[in-house]
Design a protein around this ligand. Structure first.
Ligand code: 8IG
Length: 270
């Protein structure tokens, strides 16, 4: 069944997606999954040898991307250390209105494909003036402002250390200058008002985005160890005098591309 409609079991769909990936790549088990957010597109090429490129729309439960800057492919990459990375370039955002099952499908597919680690990357707004556009920031924790959960029913899941200290320590070995922050997921698709940015700041957020938190919760439930890395692509509304634009977002991501791609490749290579 290639549908996330009510009635289909999302975990069965993830298993069939993982089976389709294994069949099409000949790779029975992947080790690390990587979700590429805005600005992170260049990372895949530096991870190792891309042995297979699949169209996401050909894999059960995935659809073609709705956001410019997100490619609609799923890659299988072999790292120099012999690790298999599943690169999910087809993220579904909560604001697409396809439901939380669609948002969590990639993560569940990664777990069903055998992955034990998930690296979630995103582009986001920064609330710290010390972080100009192009700054990568490790996610230390999140605030889920979507009023939703990817989990259904009495699925009580502990979220302490959701963003693995072990993986953050590895990231800091690779780049000791990396800062950390709390990421708040808004529903979007609109950007925050200046008042909402100040609200986010007051409740303890350093980064504002429209992804990641729901995926991380689904990842913990699926038993994956999570590393989250944000790319500050703009300062949150009201923090900087000029208005936001998606063009600015893509441009800042591209400028930071080489550095963050190298960073991600070195972290995954550990
Ligand atoms: N919510 C929110 N999401 C974002 N994504 C990007 I790239 N920039 C932003 C931002 O300023 N706010």
């Amino acid at each position: 069944p290639d549908s996330l409609a009510p009635g289909t079991d999302p975990f069965e769909l993830a298993s069939s997606a993982a089976a389709a990936i294994a069949e099409r790549t000949g790779v029975d088990r992947h080790d690390v999954a990587l979700v590429l957010g805005s600005g992170w597109g260049g990372a895949a090429g530096l991870l190792g040898e891309t042995t297979h490129t699949l169209q996401a729309a050909d894999i059960p439960g995935f659809s073609s991307p709705a956001v410019a800057g997100h490619v609609g492919t799923i890659l299988s990459v072999l790292t120099p250390a012999g690790r298999r990375v599943l690169v999910l370039g087809a993220r579904t955002h909560f604001y697409e209105g396809r439901g939380v099952r669609a948002v969590a499908h990639g993560v569940r597919t990664a777990a069903a494909a055998g992955c034990s680690v998930l690296v979630l990357t995103n582009g986001c707004g920064g609330l710290n003036p010390d972080w100009p556009a192009g700054t990568p920031v490790l996610i230390r924790d999140h605030i889920n402002l979507t009023a939703a959960s990817p989990l259904e029913g009495a699925t009580f899941v502990d979220l302490t250390d959701l963003y693995s200290q072990r993986l953050r320590a590895i990231a800091r070995e690779v780049d000791p200058t990396l800062d950390e922050g709390v990421y708040a997921q808004f529903t979007g698709p609109h950007y925050e008002t200046p008042a909402e940015v100040q609200y986010a700041k007051r409740i303890g957020a350093d980064l504002v985005g429209m992804s990641t938190a729901l995926e991380a919760i689904a990842a913990r439930h699926a038993g994956l160890e999570v590393l989250g890395v944000s790319l500050v692509t703009n300062l949150g509304a009201g923090i900087s005098p000029v208005p936001l634009s998606h063009a600015e977002v893509i441009e800042a991501g591209q400028a930071a591309g080489p550095r963050i791609s190298r960073l991600l490749a070195d972290i995954v290579g550990r």
